[in-house]
Design a protein. Structure first.
Length: 171
């Protein structure tokens, strides 16, 4: 399990990637958007779709399927962008997470959360806070602050800054 132990009841926003259900702490979610046009940014990692204009702010968007090694997100009527706040080294970054569909918000009691599975030393699971149990199903609870490395976030931020400069210069 990650360094943070879940010892209180929390609300989680659940979403689907392929057929798996993931959850993030609702406190880190800013908003949920229907799919909007994403502007591509050259020379960014495969998982970065591009940027969107969110009420005048440039927000980078990441395809969570690609980030987790799954096939690219297919755009459907259910495809959404979950706007989250990510904290890394004391710095807050706003990021859009492209997901197949948003499910619901609900509470999970700490006793219904198992530690993240240990899958050897080569597979990284530090971004998984735990495995929430609901009925007979598991929900992979993500630690959004640990999904991206500082290098990856720096790439996202620099792409964001370049696109911001381009948008300002073209006005």
């Amino acid at each position: 399990m990650s360094n943070s132990i879940i010892n209180e009841t929390r609300q989680y926003l659940t979403f689907k990637l392929n057929d798996e259900v993931f959850g993030v702490d609702v406190a880190q979610v800013r908003e949920i958007l229907d799919y909007v046009k994403i502007t591509k940014v050259p020379q960014t990692p495969d998982f970065m779709c591009g940027v969107i204009n969110l009420r005048g702010s440039v927000v980078p968007v990441v395809d969570m399927n690609i980030k987790f090694g799954m096939p690219k997100t297919e755009k459907t009527v259910n495809t959404c962008i979950v706007v989250v706040e990510i904290e890394l080294e004391g710095d807050t970054t706003i990021l859009g997470a492209l997901v197949d569909s948003v499910q619901e918000v609900f509470e999970i009691e700490p006793q219904n959360i198992e530690p993240a599975p240990k899958i050897g030393t080569k597979l990284k699971t530090e971004f998984i806070k735990g495995m929430g149990k609901r009925d007979d199903n598991f929900i992979i609870i993500l630690d959004t602050d640990k999904i991206f490395s500082s290098d990856e976030l720096e790439l996202v931020k620099s792409a964001n800054n370049e696109k911001t400069a381009e948008l300002v210069l073209n006005k």
